[in-house]
Write a protein that binds this ligand. Sequence first.
Ligand SMILES: Nc1nc2c(c(=O)[nH]1)N[C@H]1C(S)=C(S)[C@@H](COP(=O)(O)OP(=O)(O)OC[C@H]3O[C@@H](n4cnc5c(=O)[nH]c(N)nc54)[C@H](O)[C@@H]3O)O[C@H]1N2
Ligand SMILES: Nc1nc2c(c(=O)[nH]1)N[C@H]1C(S)=C(S)[C@@H](COP(=O)(O)OP(=O)(O)OC[C@H]3O[C@@H](n4cnc5c(=O)[nH]c(N)nc54)[C@H](O)[C@@H]3O)O[C@H]1N2
Ligand SMILES: [Mo]
Length: 751
Amino acid sequence: MNKTDRAARGCDNGRRFFLKGTAAMGTLGALGALGSGPCGLLRPAQAAPLKGGGYAGGYAVHRQVCPRNCYDTCMMLSHVKDGRVEFVEGDPACTFTGGGLCVKGNSYVGSAYSPDRIKYPMEQQGRGTGKWKRLSWDEAIDKIARKIIECKQKDGSLLGVGLNRLSGHQGVTPNVADGMFASMGHITRLVGTPCWPAGIDAQSYDMGKMLADDPEDMPESRYVILWGGNPAYCSIHTMKYVYAARERGAKILCIDPVFTQTAAKADEYWQIRTGTDGALALGMCRHILDKGLADQNWLAANAHGYDEFVAYLRDNVTVEWASQETGIPADKIRAVAEEFATAKPATIWMGYGLQRHTNGGATIRSIDALCAMTGNIGVTGGGARYGSLLNYVFTGAHGAFQPPAGSVGVPATAPDGSVKHGRRMLNINKMAEMLLTADNPPVRLLWVTGCNPVSQIFDHQKMLKALARMEMTVVVDLFFNQTVEQADIVLPVTTLFEEWNANAGYWHRWVGINEKAIEPLHEAKCQVDIAKLLTARLNQLSPGFSTFPTDADPRALLMAECGQAMKDHFGIASMEDLLKAPAKARKPGPAWSDGKYLTPSGKYEFKSDICARNGFNALPVYVPGRKPFGPLRVLTPHAKFGLHSQFINLDWMEDFNPEPIVYIHPETAAARSIRDGDMVEVKARTGATRLRARLTGNMPRDHILLYEAWFRNNPYNCQNLVDEESADMGAWKTGAPGVAIHDQFADVARV
Ligand SMILES: Nc1nc2c(c(=O)[nH]1)N[C@H]1C(S)=C(S)[C@@H](COP(=O)(O)OP(=O)(O)OC[C@H]3O[C@@H](n4cnc5c(=O)[nH]c(N)nc54)[C@H](O)[C@@H]3O)O[C@H]1N2
Ligand SMILES: Nc1nc2c(c(=O)[nH]1)N[C@H]1C(S)=C(S)[C@@H](COP(=O)(O)OP(=O)(O)OC[C@H]3O[C@@H](n4cnc5c(=O)[nH]c(N)nc54)[C@H](O)[C@@H]3O)O[C@H]1N2
Ligand SMILES: [Mo]
């Protein structure tokens, strides 16, 4: 954003804020590149730690928990002086976070005080014009309330009101958006998630639920396969457990089409042909079967349908076939299958990138089967690790956003006794198509909160058309992102320092509270206060319109979220206990160690009738991937210095990551006369995007890679290259199938 833009958006005269002790900035790049903790703390020199906790120099210390969608869900401490957050650090009371934060976490102070924040409610004079007019809160809320009432009058229902939420703001408090609308009646909700749904369904078919072993147990593993994930970027705190396993003798194998930073840390790397991982897992299973290395004791106690799986392997799978499909030499497949089966315990960590394919769910089931037949489920140091819903004892799992009864501000029933949670559900992963075609009534008013669909959801050109169809779009956010550009009204929301929240890991087993450490900056409001304002105005204009409690206190609402299940799970007496320290789930040992699976048979289901009933094969069979429709496969995975569309927009994060880059293999580039540093255009069926080329042998010849991101000074949007094709699984548990993000094809040319 240049200076003039900033003025138009009310962002002028902002104070640029640097972390104190910025000498550390120089080393941050290197720390990030190491991709592992300990990350080093950014402590101002004058803030010497005191023995009893806290720092000299009059800092008030508050507990925070990172609300971003990330494996690591870091527990943090903020240090406040004179009403201003001066610095943050990892909370040493959480063994997982271990006192260290990533570069993004350390940038939170700069983010909260960024001059680019949305400071007050504003209205755009024509979508996409960037001409913003300041409104008072009362004016903005009045316009929105009148539109909601108009929808109800026109349609006789609230289905013309659409709620779009995803994962930009995680934890308990963000559920208030659902509560606010559920208190009015039945609206339209975009449901599902682009993140991990195919794998959730796959693990639910196999074991009844998605539960992962404690990552802090990983040092017990004798063999670790990092499969289709990039934790050196995406879960830096887990990397220390991977390294600990290696120090104790474990071998680390990384399987990814791209030679990532994670691959660079492994003992062995396999550059697999993208989307063929199911064949590799099944080939390994076949070899283990032939060698008599399957764990018969484990199978006798835990397996359902194993004989049918064996018959499938014998009839359909050979190591040579797996080698041909995947590009991995047969002798390597044999060697690693034997090492893995005999290492005991051995574990596989399946990344989310792995299942963003038309056959993604089938792939996860095949890899689960490899873990199961080698007896590596339910044992410490083993585990088919993917993600965990274990900690979702107080929030709706992200992606399964039915507001749980009693969720913040959601009355379980309306005063007349009717349950108000019913609604029209639209697939979030086809949001553009859904908004274009929804009828009777169309979505007239779209409320966007905690997500940036124009950057993060698919088929960019179609998305722009769909949003043009809205009669009013309201975005609740921190920054003027690409979705805000298409909005009519923006409402400024608080950062983590300015609000109450609690959040638990979907990977590790910790929960933490997020204290309000400072008063809201500018005219920002927390989501509870926004809900109260809107409710009050609706009820003034139309008495009894909403049952949301207009006297709700954000802190009290949060504290009330700690029910018996949460108390038992975390071993706490109340939410207030978390003010003393974050808590770790009490559940001992690895997932499924009790041998009681939540499947119909109560066993690990190699053969799942539910899976068959839902339209797939009952067995974990190989399903070939999507057919290529262009010369180069496009990967758009997750960036090191950004989290989706967040952080990269911060002016001083631009030092690390100044502009979008497309990574190309040198031979592929040479064939197109592209040199390192050239500007190029990547063109797909759905659209095109321009950016700078970087040549690297880390890429397969027939792939290009561009990180998903939002740059504030650049129109770059990778969703021009990603269509809305679904992944196979996901609809069962999350309401919509996943997306084939990595089954995309395009070509690239110099411009
Ligand atoms: N091409 C491609 N697309 C992808 C992916 C990919 O790999 N490739 N990954 C997918 C995945 S895994 C995911 S999870 C999604 C993520 O998609 P989103 O959840 O949309 O992503 P974010 O950019 O994290 O968050 C969106 C917005 O939340 C805002 N926000 C932050 N804090 C708050 C708050 O306190 N209140 C409110 N109201 N807003 C806040 C941020 O400013 C940001 O604009 O993207 C998906 N899209
Ligand atoms: N720094 C950072 N951390 C993050 C995030 C972020 O945006 N930035 N996002 C968070 C979120 S919401 C998520 S979902 C996770 C994502 O965490 P990950 O799953 O680790 O990350 P991705 O970048 O989505 O994909 C990881 C890898 O999958 C590979 N891949 C793609 N297709 C295939 C395939 O067919 N086979 C194999 N073997 N590999 C394949 C890609 O090459 C990529 O290296 O990270 C979380 N943490
Ligand atoms: Mo995600």
